[in-house]
Design a protein around this ligand. Sequence first.
Ligand SMILES: Cc1cc2nc3c(=O)[nH]c(=O)nc-3n(C[C@H](O)[C@H](O)[C@H](O)COP(=O)(O)OP(=O)(O)OC[C@H]3O[C@@H](n4cnc5c(N)ncnc54)[C@H](O)[C@@H]3O)c2cc1C
Ligand SMILES: *[C@@H]1O[C@H](CO)[C@@H](O)[C@H](O)[C@H]1NC(C)=O
Ligand SMILES: *[C@@H]1O[C@H](CO)[C@@H](O)[C@H](O)[C@H]1NC(C)=O
Ligand SMILES: *[C@@H]1O[C@H](CO)[C@@H](O)[C@H](O)[C@H]1NC(C)=O
Ligand SMILES: *[C@@H]1O[C@H](CO)[C@@H](O)[C@H](O)[C@H]1NC(C)=O
Ligand SMILES: *[C@@H]1O[C@H](CO)[C@@H](O)[C@H](O)[C@H]1NC(C)=O
Ligand SMILES: *[C@@H]1O[C@H](CO)[C@@H](O)[C@H](O)[C@H]1NC(C)=O
Ligand SMILES: *[C@@H]1O[C@H](CO)[C@@H](O)[C@H](O)[C@H]1NC(C)=O
Ligand SMILES: *[C@@H]1O[C@H](CO)[C@@H](O)[C@H](O)[C@H]1NC(C)=O
Ligand SMILES: *[C@@H]1O[C@H](CO)[C@@H](O)[C@H](O)[C@H]1NC(C)=O
Ligand SMILES: *[C@@H]1O[C@H](CO)[C@@H](O)[C@H](O)[C@H]1NC(C)=O
Ligand SMILES: CC(=O)N[C@H]1CO[C@H](CO)[C@@H](O)[C@@H]1O
Length: 600
Amino acid sequence: MKSATSLRSAFVASALFFSRALGVTLTDASQLTSTTYDYVIVGAGNAGLVLANRLTEDANTTVLVLEAGVSDENVIPVIAPFLGPSVTPDTPWDWNYTTTAQPGLDNRTYPYPRGRLLGGSSSANYMIHQYGTNEDWDRMANVSADAGWAWSNMKQYIERHEKFILPTNGQNVSSEYIASLHSYTGELDVSLPVWTQATDARVVATTQQLAEFPYNQDISGINNDMLGIGWAQSSMVNGTRASSSTSYLASANDRPNLTVLINAMVTKLLPIGTPAGVRSFRNVQFSDARTFSVTPSFQVQATKEVILAAGAVGTPQILQLSGIGASEDLAPLDIPVLVNSPQVGKNLQDHPLLPNIFNVAGNSSLDHILRDPAQLGAAIAQWETNRTGFISNNVVNNIGFARLNSTVLEQFTDPAAGPTTPHFEIIFANFWLDPIVTLPSNGSYLTILTALVTPTSRGSITIQSTNPFVAPLINPNMLDTLFDITTMVESVKAIKRFAAAPAWGDYITSAFGSLAGTSDAALEEHARQHTTTVFHPTSTASMAAQDALDGVVNPDLTVKGTSGLRIVDLSVFPFVPSCHPMGPVYILAERAADLIKAAS
Ligand SMILES: Cc1cc2nc3c(=O)[nH]c(=O)nc-3n(C[C@H](O)[C@H](O)[C@H](O)COP(=O)(O)OP(=O)(O)OC[C@H]3O[C@@H](n4cnc5c(N)ncnc54)[C@H](O)[C@@H]3O)c2cc1C
Ligand SMILES: *[C@@H]1O[C@H](CO)[C@@H](O)[C@H](O)[C@H]1NC(C)=O
Ligand SMILES: *[C@@H]1O[C@H](CO)[C@@H](O)[C@H](O)[C@H]1NC(C)=O
Ligand SMILES: *[C@@H]1O[C@H](CO)[C@@H](O)[C@H](O)[C@H]1NC(C)=O
Ligand SMILES: *[C@@H]1O[C@H](CO)[C@@H](O)[C@H](O)[C@H]1NC(C)=O
Ligand SMILES: *[C@@H]1O[C@H](CO)[C@@H](O)[C@H](O)[C@H]1NC(C)=O
Ligand SMILES: *[C@@H]1O[C@H](CO)[C@@H](O)[C@H](O)[C@H]1NC(C)=O
Ligand SMILES: *[C@@H]1O[C@H](CO)[C@@H](O)[C@H](O)[C@H]1NC(C)=O
Ligand SMILES: *[C@@H]1O[C@H](CO)[C@@H](O)[C@H](O)[C@H]1NC(C)=O
Ligand SMILES: *[C@@H]1O[C@H](CO)[C@@H](O)[C@H](O)[C@H]1NC(C)=O
Ligand SMILES: *[C@@H]1O[C@H](CO)[C@@H](O)[C@H](O)[C@H]1NC(C)=O
Ligand SMILES: CC(=O)N[C@H]1CO[C@H](CO)[C@@H](O)[C@@H]1O
């Protein structure tokens, strides 16, 4: 977001003053003492570091993690919660991807952030933490014909994953979550807002004034109930971000059997064995990411398995570079098809995000602080002193989820996983929060973003070069279907009804820009002009049943048509979860660790 531009100029001036105690992370291939490990994990991201931790619980198991990106240590924008939106796009911690021109978005392109550092996107994201609906998981169990993915089985993993922490500033949060649902013993710190936006009380008051928007006391999804408006739960603790690096890696990094190498760009998996049989892909080729060159190249071997955890863009790219993919994608580049897997890189799903901005009265919105380097600098200095103030808190305090009404829905086959799964999300920020349009030099704003969480559009990730340092074509194909654009328009109408509640009477003065349109056609144009992404790409290496011909991985996450190769990241979900997906990635990886241990 471009209000991040001013955030960025302020943080570079601020002192780097503390470091997180970590074990050794290797920075150069020359430091490796072995070329053979039981497991080689590609990507020290959200999922990869869960596996790194769980697989080395057994001291006899050796694990190497190869990460293209850099360290997260001492990086203030990564550590300070409110600065999260300045970690991307186009920074040293981002892959700097851009989409192809999007026909559904007036042919616009837009940045496509992905974390490129320890923790992956869990170090770069906006930290909202949920698990999705039970129906999301039950559908995955159904599609994969593996009851192990059903919610009744998956919810057990919350206990070892989540470590719920109450705000330490003495705030009474008893109405903001349901204590009995949560785990207090897991790895990842999850907490509630520690700083109040001036509009929080109005959001909650609206839930009492309008029956259409009920209050939801716990928005995590744990209790099979994600509909309504509630308080965001975030991966943060005591005014700092919690990521897979600060949690799963930090608690395992002293183990001698775990080796993590950063600056290591995996360029290809090399097959062992004859073309006649099922090919083993236990050899991994990589090069120094800092050189942006494939030479010199290095090789390591996994005696048990290679696990791809490079995310929904990186994983299909590596598969395609290795000759595992659709022949129509590989043939133009003269890459031999070693495993014909037509769905690699297909089925890309993402949540479209639309900033809806209102002009507001007074100056209680954060805009006047965000555009004033002196005030912003003072806020960051305060955070550095004692981790208080708005910098210690996430950018968003309230989120909500809703379904289309029956009149609209009856025109379509409902794409939701079930009748209590939402179609769209509502996100509140008491300042200008548009990822692509810069904060104007005057005015005070409230942003009520809406996101489509059950998209029916499908996109793709396709390599355009045999050079791994050339980014793949990223085509999310946003708002390609009538359902998707209709739901976006309905979401805008819904938040306009929300904003018309008495709670906002003396605050909101008017709709900003194209949000002022009243006809469906005008709101459709508003959506096409301003939609980008909530950064939730999934499903580019989808799971399908063991005997299914479609799909890239089996229900145990092994790659169809190969041996010694598994995928554990967001790319395996056959449908994008109807929530912020990092929680689903974490518990997917927890179960994957169990599956891998059971198979060894
Ligand atoms: C800006 C932003 C905001 C977001 N906000 C939220 C939010 O608030 N809540 C939420 O739930 N989700 C959010 N998300 C989404 C969420 O963070 C991701 O969906 C999730 O972290 C993905 O996990 P993953 O393990 O699949 O991939 P990642 O965490 O992205 O991990 C992939 C790792 O592989 C590495 N890698 C890739 N290719 C290679 C290669 N060739 N060689 C070596 N390493 C490689 C990458 O550098 C990265 O470290 C956000 C994402 C972004 C980018
Ligand atoms: C590790 O390996 C040794 C030697 O093979 C064996 O005695 C020991 O039981 C193993 N430990 C675990 C935790 O598997
Ligand atoms: C992304 O852009 C930043 C800023 O220009 C740059 O420092 C970084 O090296 C780029 N990263 C990649 C992977 O190209
Ligand atoms: C988008 O580009 C395509 C191909 O160039 C063109 O046919 C189409 O009219 C364009 N759409 C818009 C809205 O500009
Ligand atoms: C999946 O759901 C369909 C429809 O409810 C049902 O007929 C089918 O048996 C389910 N399949 C599995 C494997 O659970
Ligand atoms: C916190 O607020 C709840 C009502 O929301 C109240 O019942 C409870 O007593 C309060 N707790 C404390 C410690 O003040
Ligand atoms: C957060 O603060 C509390 C209270 O001071 C402390 O007990 C806890 O250890 C802290 N957690 C972290 C991860 O710093
Ligand atoms: C906010 O507005 C009030 C009056 O509207 C003014 O007195 C005050 O100085 C303003 N504060 C800031 C920080 O601009
Ligand atoms: C934190 O520091 C700020 C000034 O930098 C001060 O106003 C505030 O009271 C401090 N808070 C705590 C809890 O120490
Ligand atoms: C459902 O939404 C449509 C479109 O916004 C609207 O015309 C209709 O009145 C609504 N129906 C009900 C029952 O609320
Ligand atoms: C911002 O400034 C412009 C030009 O001075 C003015 O036309 C506009 O009304 C102002 N907007 C707000 C929200 O104050
Ligand atoms: C295979 C291997 O390297 N095993 C070592 C793992 O770490 C333990 C100590 O925690 C050593 O004793 C093992 O030799």
